[in-house]
Design a protein around this ligand. Structure first.
Ligand code: CAA
Length: 380
């Protein structure tokens, strides 16, 4: 297993690092005040970072999954709110590239990747269907050449600003997961509306909304994949998405580690080894060990996806390990840095709030463990 980044991966990583430094970092506090980071999105779109794996023909970077996680980690180290919108946009673009028709690619990919659409959104979760995604209730019924959608989606990242939303709906309620079909729905379609804006603990610059579908008519040309293939598309998206959330969490975790080391070194009078404070030394070391171990799992999962291997279990491992390591790191940073971290405007306070949801969204830590355990059982 060789997941050493190649030159192309490193170029994309450097592109993300400099964009994060030049655009995301200076606006991180403003974004955290609840302002959707439209300027950041525009800047990232102009250099291809909204379509890291998308073919250059559509304005993407044609990069690998490994490059994707490396880039997401760089962005998240400076602004996790921007990064979640970027990650979901990349995920929707990937699904169009994988499962879309030529017409769908032409219609949406350039707009998504350039930032003209501002974002893409992924509408799977519902009021009664979060972890048990296959039990979703949104209906799509065939009427001639069209489909009519009815239902409600909840906790949808960028749902109010997205130029296209990937919507999973039941087309055959008797068939469970096999009765779900995916559609590309555009804003302005009659009957499609944005509902409640969630007020959250963290990721304050990213918008999270409910979406309502009331007799929304879309043509069959808006269906992506085959009838009944929607759950597979959603799960394929989440295999890649979970690598992205692992990378996002890692970015925040390493920021917490760096920031705590900086604060403690300053307190110890520039003594980089943190003097004789063994409590701080041991705890910083634990943060570094857990973050590095998890980050290796994230890179392994991305690399396996690049090889075309099934990597559902490895994506789940990467996501649970990285989100929990990063939460541990941010929690420990808060304790070690104390008043410097508890200041509401501090970087540690921001990542401490922002990182919490990484154990919840794109499948809770418990769902990841379920996926891992099922794979272990299947391998017996
Ligand atoms: N890739 C391809 N196909 C897959 C798959 C995968 N990774 N996982 C499952 N499938 C297929 C199975 O092969 C099976 O196909 P058949 O019916 O043909 O045999 C079908 O899907 C059903 O699979 P399961 O029996 O495993 O499905 P399940 O109902 O038991 O549930 C689950 C699986 C893993 C628990 C799933 O419900 C799940 O992932 N839940 C969590 C949902 C989630 O992560 N939501 C995130 C919302 S998006 C979000 O948060 C984004 C954001 O805004 C930041």
């Amino acid at each position: 297993m060789q997941f050493e980044p190649n030159d192309a991966d490193l170029r994309i990583t450097e592109l993300a690092r400099s964009a994060a430094r030049d655009h995301l970092a200076p606006r991180a506090m403003q974004t955290d005040a609840g302002v959707f980071p439209a300027e950041n999105i525009g800047a990232l779109g102009s250099i291809g970072l909204l379509g890291i794996k998308i073919d250059r023909h559509y304005g993407g970077l044609g990069g690998s999954n490994l490059a994707y996680v490396l880039a997401i980690r760089e962005l998240a180290a400076q602004c996790a709110s921007t990064t979640v919108a970027v990650a979901v946009t990349n995920m929707v673009a990937d699904m169009i590239a994988r499962f879309g028709t030529d017409d769908q690619k032409v219609r949406h990919l350039r707009n998504l990747v350039s930032g003209a659409y501002q974002a893409g959104s992924f509408a799977l979760s519902e009021p009664g269907a979060g972890s048990d995604a296959a039990s979703l209730q949104t209906r799509a019924e065939r009427r001639g050449d069209d489909w009519v959608l009815n239902g409600t989606k909840l906790w949808i990242t960028s749902g109010d600003v997205a130029g296209v939303t990937l919507v999973m709906a039941k087309t055959d309620p008797g068939k469970g997961g096999r009765g779900i079909t995916a559609f590309l729905v555009e804003p302005g379609t009659a009957g499609f509306s944005v509902g409640r804006h969630e007020e959250k603990l963290g990721l304050l610059g990213s918008s999270t909304v409910s979406l309502a579908f009331e007799d929304v008519v879309v043509p069959d040309a808006a269906r992506i994949g085959a009838v009944g293939q929607g759950f597979e598309i959603a799960m394929t998206a989440l295999d890649g998405g979970r690598c992205g959330i692992g990378a996002q969490a890692s970015g925040m975790g390493y920021t917490a580690l760096r920031e705590t080391s900086r604060i403690l070194s300053a307190r110890a009078g520039q003594d980089k080894a943190l003097g004789t404070d063994q409590n701080a030394q041991f705890r910083l070391a634990d943060m570094a060990v857990r973050l590095d171990a998890a980050w290796l799992l994230v890179q392994r999962a991305a690399w396996l996806r690049d090889q075309g291997s099934k990597m559902t279990k490895e994506a789940a491992m990467a996501k649970v390990a990285a989100s929990e390591a990063a939460n541990f790191a941010c929690q420990t940073a808060m304790q070690l840095a104390g008043p410097d971290a508890f200041d509401a405007g501090s970087t540690i306070a921001r990542v401490w709030r922002d990182v919490r949801v990484s154990r919840i969204y794109e499948g809770t830590s418990e769902i990841q463990r379920l996926v891992i355990a099922r794979s272990l059982a299947a391998a017996l």
